[in-house]
Design a protein around this ligand. Structure first.
Ligand SMILES: [Zn+2]
Length: 118
């Protein structure tokens, strides 16, 4: 996927957000972590118990999800542009398209699990 092709948030069908990092062995977590600094946590030890907070496997999976999200946004771009056009130019709101929101749970050992958010 072309890294220089940036789609504005208003035209994105999906959004991939890392919003925290937590230890799988104790209750330590940092809610200030986001997508932009996630790589800084790779193979870093938990401050409380020393367990690896982000394995290479889980980090690669997060990067894969980011790429997948980019592909989905490119595929949906014509639909999102048409929706914006009909609203801005014609003044007609197209039927709302809703997407389910999933939370990805990773523990560094087993396969990541995608859980539907309620
Ligand atoms: Zn820990």
């Amino acid at each position: 996927m072309c890294r220089h092709f940036i789609i504005p948030d208003s035209l994105r069908a999906t959004k991939n957000t890392v919003y925290c990092i937590k230890c799988d062995h104790c209750d330590w977590k940092d809610m200030s972590v986001d997508t932009n600094n996630y790589d800084q946590w790779l193979n870093r030890a938990c401050e409380q118990c020393g367990h690896n907070l982000l394995t290479e496997h889980d980090y690669k999976f997060v990067k894969l999800l980011e790429k997948l999200s980019g592909v989905i946004n490119v595929i949906w771009l014509p639909v999102m542009l048409l929706r914006s056009f009909t609203k801005l130019v014609l003044g007609v709101s197209a039927p709302k398209v809703t997407f389910n929101e999933y939370e990805v749970k990773m523990d560094g050992v087993s396969q990541p699990k995608m859980v539907l958010k309620k």
